[in-house]
Design a protein around this ligand. Sequence first.
Ligand code: WAQ
Ligand code: MG
Length: 254
Amino acid sequence: MQGRKYYSVRMRAAKDGSHEQGGNHISGGELLSTFSDINYAVNSLLKKGLTHSRGRPDFMQIQFECINEPIKLVHPLKIETNEVESAEKGQALARKLLQQLGIPRKSIEKAYKLITENSGMRGAILFDIHLGERIDDRNEKGVRVSRMDWLDADFEKWADHFEVPRSPKVKEALVLAGKASNHPATIAELCWSDDPDYITGYVASKKLGYQRITKLKEFGDERGCRIFFVDCLEALDSYIHYLEKQPVFIQWEE
Ligand code: WAQ
Ligand code: MG
């Protein structure tokens, strides 16, 4: 892996116009690829955007660019699955985990209010746990974590070992959560999908690992959430730079 040249490949798809024109976000994706695999990488992102449960896109952009910075290797978070009976119980557990991580109750309530006001984003909200306020200035776009991946063979071994599904959804979420939680400013991440057919979500943090919660919303609901609870005040620009630009490979076995 080291010593090879990698490319960051990204896709975003929308319906009823491009994102810039106010279209609805359908799907996004990002991965790392060698030059010889770019064809395969572009095709897998194309397929992801074209066959999405949120609908058929009428706008898509796929781009690749060469990465010149060294790629950081990060271990996957430890994983735990919490089975819950209902979305209410799942959300109660999510709040409890956030509290356990030291996030003030007031901040959690404010964050939830923000979430309900901001569905349909393609990126994440950055929320300062002390200010109790959103601190990124990306509006309805949010901050998109990018330049990260996990080699399939290593992911599959890991998934089999911990008895979790070898699904691309799980892989993508663990890659994103692994990269984000590796930065000291990330206290926690709260996430559930905006896909109407996917109700499992998680709270992730360096401290408690990747806490899967089997139900955080009802089937059919197209409102998703991704919010980073951060403690980084004066270093916001470098934090956003890390999320967007620092190349990271998740690696389980050396
Ligand atoms: N960077 C920042 N925010 C993102 C990114 C990204 N790369 N990708 C997605 N988001 C935001 C965006 O606002 C989406 O609307 C929201 O997250 C949900 O994205 O079984 O599938 O890709 O363990 O729909 C988690 C559980 C699944 C997996 C999460 O999210 C499991 C999921 P989705
Ligand atoms: Mg989605």
